[in-house]
Design a protein around this ligand. Structure first.
Ligand code: NOJ
Length: 800
């Protein structure tokens, strides 16, 4: 079964069957105001932190057929009374002939055909504004005039999202609504919790005059709420009751009568927003009642995304890859960077998490090529939560700046830091400088979180390296701390992590190259080089066990991830990062990656480890809370898959890298979507593996580190258009069957058109390299060459 198709020309995915296996969503607005809207029109909107200022009551755990957050009705009167129709398929699919939902770049358009007429509703948040617009068009296709009512509705949450769930007396006692008229006679429904009545006002209105309204759910649904959202009792009367709720479950609903001439379209807007005063709410409503204002707000969003998606555009023989790298993957990267792990269908935003140091450092790398300045600002904020000893606070709240140590607090007997967090900052800062060439960023002064001391960005990074270098265990490998990238393996104090050893090696090597590029302190670079060699030697001496590297040593010194282990005898990250760090000599790298292919690769992606643990083991922690095949316990954890792809390209295996890329590409899942279930237009965090009866099922889509790393693996390693300190490297590693592909890339102010020719059917290695027709040595468009180019350049590389 298919539920839709990709329309790349419109930069949209089009859902044609509303009965998707789970809700599919799109993001609108930003964390300042916005949230997500599902393909049946339900919206979860917030203004700032979703835990502290939630607007709509969208409950992910309700069945898919239930109204969630927002909806709308169309009501038609006939001889037998009123007939209710749903322009969003829900709450009632009655009378719908066809439906489509266009998932666009920060907007959705839902079109529903009812035969005699059709509705089209475009949903978005204007850039920088605090309101959601629903741009409604109803087109009368018949030859006679059409009379109907349009009734948009929203259900409010208490601003304190968790309180809404935990206190069913205090919350309803505080919720209040009232109605006011704007100077032009528009009904504006205002809602707030009592203590916020003069400061944080939710508002709901329409550009078209409403004949009546409702704000009390009990009255709207009717029969003491034994009425339902599917057929509210209040809809049986000509008008809504005009109750201004003074407590209870507050909603906003408007009765908008329409008279549509034959063949004509009526267009109007509904607005749901937040203002800090009644005057502010009314003025926003008046402003966005103008067609010009709404059209220009929508075209701003389109232009923003046209620009954002113009930095990298590939035309390869693989359509699924083209859709993802040109549109959906960079879109997801931007959304993920902005929403961190705050709010999705799966991460419900009740305040358990802020922004994670480790995740943010990786997410930001998915927007560096398009938004380097935004990335730089974000990195400076992240670095404020680094401690003066070089380690980092695990999470922080960007609004308050307050950081906390993560889940360590729940286990005071375990180490109170994460062994990897701080090292990701080296990766992120180096990625930024490779894109921009701007080394002045290293000189910015940032304070440390736990002291008044400030230091340059460079010093922050050097302390990160120093912390790991100084916190090693019995084998000389870095101590795990509470956990490393794999949050769920929490071993007693003294455990060591070979993954951190590799991440440390990777970060050292990045830093050494950076220092060389800046011609900074050669003695320091030499010291770091000797640290690198030292760790590489230890890693190879201690962690190699015949055909692969082990993942951890526990506090007793026992290896985890070794062939003799009954469970978890091989971990993917120990192999991929052994290659990424340059630690694995070629013969070991080949054997380690072959072991991954043999032991961990499935048709749906690569498992994080295998075999999965069976049963809870408090010593190991979270990983053993999952059944085998789920999440970190031998599930396909997508975030870690691109690392194997990148490692394969480093060995020149374009076939395998692309096979792994395709195995997790959501666009490829469109063909097996009843198994996969999640949106085919964004990466999920996890897929159940072949160790689980639900093999192939995806979950936790949108806000995941898979987005930025899949983008990197695809654009920089498989297609091979990779920023390096010296310039832009052209280093593809593709399937041998590809005869050619092209890429348009904006880099350091130049528009570069790149043509890759593969006449000998190989995977990689550029042998002929031309810039504007001139044969050049190597395969890097160096800064020197860039300085000779103005505006644009044509590059041709031949693989031989
Ligand atoms: C999700 C977390 O957000 C991320 O930080 C972590 O690396 C992965 N889970 C793996 O445990």
């Amino acid at each position: 079964m298919k539920y839709g198709y990709f329309d790349d020309d419109s930069k949209e995915y089009v859902i044609t069957n509303p009965l998707t296996p789970v809700k599919w969503i799109n993001y609108i607005g930003t964390i300042a105001f916005g949230g997500f809207v599902d393909h049946t029109g339900g919206a979860l909107l917030c203004c700032g932190d979703p835990a502290l200022n939630r607007i709509t009551r969208y409950l992910s755990f309700l069945p898919a057929g239930e109204m969630r957050g927002t909806t709308a009705y169309i009501r038609i009167k006939d001889a037998s009374g009123y007939r209710l129709l749903s322009p969003f398929y829900l709450p009632s699919p009655e009378g719908i002939i066809s439906y489509e939902c266009r998932i666009g770049t920060q907007y959705l358009i839902i079109r529903t055909d009812f035969g005699e007429f059709e509705s089209e509703i475009c949903i978005f948040v204007p850039v920088g504004e605090k309101l959601e617009i629903r741009d409604v068009r109803i087109h009368n296709k018949s030859g006679k005039s059409l009379t109907l009512d349009f009734i948009p509705a929203a259900e409010y949450s208490h601003f304190d999202a968790l309180k809404q769930l935990t206190n069913a007396d205090w919350v309803p006692q505080t919720m209040q609504s009232r109605a006011v008229k704007s100077s032009s006679g528009r009904t504006v429904l205002l809602q707030s919790a009592y203590m916020n009545r003069d400061t944080m006002l939710n508002f709901f209105s329409s550009s078209r005059a409403a004949s009546s309204f409702e704000t009390d759910r009990r009255i709207f649904l009717g029969s003491n709420e034994y009425g339902s959202w599917k057929s509210p009792v209040s809809m049986e009367a000509a008008e809504l009751s005009e109750t201004e709720a003074k407590r209870g479950d507050n909603i906003a609903a408007l009765m908008i009568p329409l008279e549509i001439a034959p063949g004509k379209t009526e267009r109007f807007f509904t607005m749901l927003g937040q203002a800090d005063s009644e005057a502010g709410a009314v003025s926003a409503v008046e402003r966005f009642s103008s067609e010009d204002e709404v059209d220009s707000a929508f075209s701003n969003i389109k232009s923003f995304w046209d620009e954002h998606l113009s930095y990298f555009n590939a035309d390869t023989p693989a359509d699924d890859m083209n859709s993802m790298v040109n549109i959906h993957n960079p879109r997801q990267c931007y959304i993920t960077k902005n929403w961190a792990r705050y709010l999705s269908i799966y991460q419900t935003g009740y305040g358990a998490r802020g922004i994670g140091f480790r995740d943010a450092c990786q997410d930001v790398c998915g927007i560096i090529s398009q938004k380097p300045a935004e990335a730089a600002d974000y990195l400076l904020e992240i670095l404020k939560t680094q401690k003066s000893n070089g380690s980092a606070m695990h999470q922080y709240n960007p609004l308050s700046g307050e950081a906390h140590p993560g889940e360590t607090e729940e286990m005071p007997d375990r180490p109170q830091y994460y062994g990897d967090d701080h090292l990701w900052a080296v990766y992120a800062v180096c990625s930024l400088i490779k894109e921009t060439g701007d080394t002045a960023f290293l000189d910015k002064e940032i304070r440390f979180y736990d002291s008044d001391e400030s230091a340059t960005v460079l010093e922050h990074l050097l302390r990160a390296l120093k912390f790991t270098g100084e916190n090693t265990g019995a084998h000389g490998l870095p101590l795990l701390g509470f956990a490393d990238w794999n949050d769920t393996v929490n071993l007693p104090a003294g455990a060591e992590s070979s993954f951190i050893a590799c991440l440390y090696g990777f970060a050292l090597s990045e830093m050494i190259q950076l220092l060389e590029y800046c011609s900074l302190d050669t003695a320091l670079a030499e010291n770091l080089q000797s640290d690198y060699v030292k760790m590489k030697d230890i890693f190879n001496a201690e962690a190699w066990v015949g055909d692969w590297y082990v993942r951890y040593f526990d506090h007793r010194g026992k290896a985890l991830g070794a062939p003799e282990d009954r469970y978890a005898s091989i971990f993917a990250n120990a192999q991929s990062w052994a290659v990424l760090s340059g630690f694995a000599p070629r013969d070991r790298a080949v054997r380690a990656l072959d072991s991954v292919n043999r032991r961990l690769a499935t048709e749906a992606g690569i498992k994080l480890m295998s075999p999965g643990y069976e049963g809870y083991d408090p010593e190991k922690g979270g990983v053993t809370t999952y059944p085998p095949g789920a999440k970190e316990n031998a599930g396909i954890f997508l975030h870690a898959n691109p690392w194997v792809m990148i490692a394969e390209t480093m060995l020149g295996n374009g076939e395998r890298a692309f096979e792994y890329y395709s195995a997790i590409n959501p666009a490829s899942k469109n063909k097996i979507i009843d198994t996969y279930e999640c949106e085919p237009y964004c990466y999920a965090q996890n897929i159940l593996s072949d160790e689980h009866p639900g093999f192939g099922l995806g979950r936790n889509s949108w806000l995941t580190g898979s987005a930025a790393w899949a983008y990197r693996a695809a654009t920089e390693y498989i297609l091979g258009i990779r920023p390096v300190f010296e310039g832009l490297k052209i280093d593809p590693c593709i399937p041998a069957s590809w005869e050619r592909f092209t890429v348009k890339r904006k880099f350091r102010g130049i528009d570069i058109s790149i043509k890759i020719l593969n006449p000998e059917s190989c995977c990689g290695s550029v042998r002929e390299f031309r810039i504007n027709g001139r044969l050049c040595p190597g395969n890097v468009i160096t800064e020197e060459l860039l300085s000779e180019i103005s505006g644009s350049a044509e590059v041709e590389a031949v693989l031989l």
